[in-house]
Design a protein around this ligand. Sequence first.
Ligand SMILES: Cc1ncc(COP(=O)(O)O)c(C=O)c1O
Length: 411
Amino acid sequence: MNKLIKDQIGQLKPSATLAINEESNRLKKKGKKVYKFGFGQSPFPIPESVVSTLKNNANKNTYLPMQGLEELRSAIANYLNKKNNNDFNKEDIVIGPGTKELMFLTQIIFQGEVLLPAPSWVSYQPQAFIAKNKVHWIQTTSNSNWFPTAEQLEAKIKSIKSKNLLLFINSPNNPAGTVCKNLQEIAEIAKKYKLIILSDEIYSELTFFDQYKSISNFYPEGTIVSSGLSKWCGAGGWRLGFFAIPNQLRELKNSLKILCSESFTSVSAPIQYAAVEAYKGNHSNYLNAVKTILSFTGNYVYENLKSNVINVIKPGGGFYLFPEFTNVKFSSSSEMCKDILNKTGVALLPGSDFGLDSKKMFARLSFTDFNGVNFLRHTLGRKKLDDADLRKNAPNIVDGISAIKDWANSF
Ligand SMILES: Cc1ncc(COP(=O)(O)O)c(C=O)c1O
C-alpha cells in the first residue's frame, strides 16, 4: 500500500489527555470510582433565555454569510466595546465553529513563527506544527503567575531571526487559572517589535475578583481578541466562537474569511441566532452565581492542597489549578498522573501536555466534576458559600482532593 499520510501529520501523537481518558474509562468499566479532574468543560447549564432563543430559531435553515450573521457580529462588537473598552465594529468580527477552528485557520494563514508561553493550552502547539509554523517556547514560572515577563519576552524575540511573530496570551489561563498582571509590559514589548498577539479570552467572563483586563486595551492595533460561548455560557458543544480583528490586521481577516468559506462555510444558523441573545442579553445573575461557585470551589481546592509537599497558586478565574508535587519521583509527569489515577481514581493531566518539561512534576486539575444544574439551583442568589454547600453539591471535589492529598503525603 502506498503511504497515505503526510510526514508532518504522521508525526502527530494522540495527546496524553486521550490516554488519561481511555485509562479512566477502563477503570470505570472495572467498577472503580473515577474523579474527572482532567476534563475542561463547563458543568453549568446554558442560560434559559439563550436556550429558548435556539428553540425559536430551529427553523433557520439557510447558509449564513461566511463571516457570520450580521446581527451577531454587531452584538459582539458592542459587547466587547462595553466590556473591554474596545473600538470594534461588526466588520471586525469573524464567527467560527469554536475558537479552536479559527486559531487553526489563523495558523495556516500566518507567515511567521509562533511564541508560546509554557505552560499553555494543549492545542496551540499541535496547530502550529500542522501549519508548519516554528514554535518558540517561553518557559514561565509560578513567580510570574505563569505568564512571560517583559524581559523574558524581549530576550526571546531577540534570539529569533524572524521578526514576524505571533504571541499567544491566555488570561485567565489554562492550565493554571491565573490572571495576567503584566499585560501592559507585555503589550509594550509587542508594540516595539510589532508582534501580533492572539489574546485568548475564552475564560474572561469567569474572572473571579477584579474587573477583567484585556491586552487589546494596551495594544489594540496588533491584538486579535478570541472568545466564544464555550466556557462562560456552558455551551462548548454548540461550537460558537469569534475573533475580533482590528482594522490594521484586515489582510489577515480577509484571508481568514476565505478559509472559513472554503472549510466550514458558516456556523450553524440556529446557533448564531441564539448567540445574539447570549451577547445582547443581561446574564449577570447567572454569571454571578456561576462565578461564586467556581471561585469558592477553586479556593477550597487551593486551601486544601497547598502544603509543604504541594505548591499551587490560588486561581483567579476559569476552571483550573496547576499543582506541583514536590516530594515525588517519577520519570515524567505523565507517569505521575498514571500513578495518581491508578491509586486514587483521580484523573489529572500531566504538565508536559502543556509544554512544560516532562521531568517537572506538575499536573492540571480541573475542579468541575460536579452537577452544575443542582449546584446552581441550590445556591442561586447567594453571595457566600460554605464547605457544607460544597460537600452537598460537589462531593467528588471534596473526596478527590482528599485522595490526592493522601497520595502526596504517602511518599
Ligand atoms: C485556553 C483555551 N482556548 C480555547 C479553547 C477552545 O475553545 P472553543 O470551544 O471556542 O474552541 C479552550 C477549550 O478548552 C481553551 O481551554
